[in-house]
Design a protein around this ligand. Sequence first.
Ligand code: MLT
Length: 218
Amino acid sequence: MSAELAGFAHNYLPGEREGAGVTLLLLHGTGGNEDDLIPLGKQLLPDAAILSPRGKVSEHGAPRFFRRLAEGVFDHEDLLFRTHELADFVDKAADQYGFDRQKLVAVGYSNGANVAASLMLLHPGLFHAAVLLRAMVPFQPEVTPDLSGTPVFLAAGRRDTMIPPDNTERLAAILQEVGADLDLRWKNVGHPLTYEEIEEAREWLSRILDPNGDKTTQ
Ligand code: MLT
């Protein structure tokens, strides 16, 4: 059941104790809404809390997280404004629902992955980790954020006609330059996600969130 906060229609689902206090911030693709990615979130981490907002921008009725001038050409000013606005929403949601800000994991698909990447570049401390599914460069950062050690899973399709592979490669290079712990997975697929990729993202998430896993033992 959708609620409203700071002008964002959204869903919040509290997590189970076994979810280790993680909250997934689910960010849908163009034309999606706050309900779309909930099954994906449940698949990725069944016991996590879920915060799932609907993008405020409407492109001929299709919700998005920021305006674009054409496919793959972003309205830079709007992108910056919407990114800060979304970060503010997350902050207010943490106050309202009482989830742990330190354990927020972004999960974005397509336009949602692009705004997640923008949030990482403009608000580097916001996410504990991020799962970016079909993402491209939101903007070239002028100031170098510090994303040292932030785990990022980036799933890309070699045959994606919406997200040019060389653009994803550029995003990967930017994330690595700013210190993110990047796991880039290429598949010979198009824009839609495959079951195999979701399964890989699920395994990756459980590994990086495992207190005995790689991240905390290094
Ligand atoms: C974007 O506009 O963010 C990308 O082109 C992906 C999409 O169409 O959602």
